[in-house]
Design a protein around this ligand. Sequence first.
Ligand code: FE2
Length: 490
Amino acid sequence: MAEALHRRGANEIPRADGGLENLDEEHAYWIDDIEGDVPKDFSGTFFRNGPGRQRIGNTTYGHWFDGDGMLCAFSFANGRAHFRNRYVRTPKYIEETAAKAIRYRGFGTQIPGGLRKNFLKMPANPANTHTMWHGGHLLALNEGGKPWKVEPSDLSTVGEFTYDGGLKAGDVFSAHGKVHPRTGDYINFGAGVSGIGLTGPKPCLTIYRIGGDGKLRDRQQVPIATFPFCHDFALSDRYAVFSIGSIVFGNMIPVMLGTQSISDQIKFDPSITMKFLVVDLETLTLTKMFESSPGAMIHCGNAWEEGDEVVVDGMFTDNFRANKTLVDVFNPDGKFGGGTYMRYRLNIATGKMTSERVCETESEFPTFNTVWAGRRNEVNYTACSIKNGADSFFNGIQRITREGDAKVLALPKGLYGSEPVFAPRHDAKAEDDGYVLEVVYDAFKHRSELQIYRADTMTQEATLKLKHHIPHQFHGHFTQQVFSEVAAAG
Ligand SMILES: [Fe+2]
């Protein structure tokens, strides 16, 4: 059905947006349709998160970001692979599933019924963006709310999670927290308000430090000038680096009144320059701010320190035209795409900033071996958009050295990729001693598969074919831990 919906002519390549059709069913099975062999020298769990549905009843949500979070777990043990998917049971998911209709506002979704239905209603947290296993907690994360805790062995929902009350009413917690390899701390942040000033609410970033024991140890507010669309940050050994860019929230009064959504009011303002805030990880206070030209960096890569410089990788964009596609994901004219892979050098001593382009390919979802987070690493991976005659949605992956040597793997026309995630081999000896895991949507078959590549050569080791598709997801997390149910069965 989806194939027919997302292909206009018999000879046309099916489009990427077929991969956004709902997966309403929840599955759990050993994957037995495999080309090649699952490597026996790695084991662990690859969690991924993303909106599992874009339609409820007969209605399509008003933004890709508003689909309900559906976690997937690929578990590997003894050369076998197990798959499971399950929705996070947020109030939005439960009530809208029962009603078969929109009951909550979202980032770009309004409740049908106009002002009367939306007046002073806050957007719901769909728990759909990222996932993290840290301190004994598996979290489903969305920057518009608090984490949702999930049981790792069967992905059942435990509930909204506050770190024993450390996250207060009104606190939000981003999807892009990072674990510091040296300290084991999980550093995260949320956009918030530090008080009311003469011109209204004063925006800030609240920065959180969670210890390796899973307890919230510290939180501090860093004031900022505007309410930003700040989605990610980069972690060096001593600093967290935030980019506050030109994508900003405009007039929020219609949003509060219920006549417009947040997405209606978000805009790229070229009069606002992009700033980098360098925050000290010991004190969680601002060390230095750098000002760049207008632009935005939605996703960051790694960061590290070289003398007085903090070096930060990120995907730069000079517009937010992508939002037009995000609000109307099944529009056949909609284009998805990436940004420009840039590297910034921020000199803490002199305040000087320089930048350079790292590679030519349009890139998004930068990843690397997270053991190297905060240290100068050699290898990064991105999802990329290549002109291959089909949709420009992520249709390739690339391995890029620090020097910018890129090896691009193009997917065949009609196959669409995702964020590549590194998984280390047992007793890995080098940064790229392991595998790259890539979920691919095959639009011809309306099914998804997990492709496994050797990270050093990017040669394909195995393709694990699922019995269904997985709606395009945002982010994933790999842990070498295998959880009880699958470990016992494996
Ligand atoms: Fe993200």
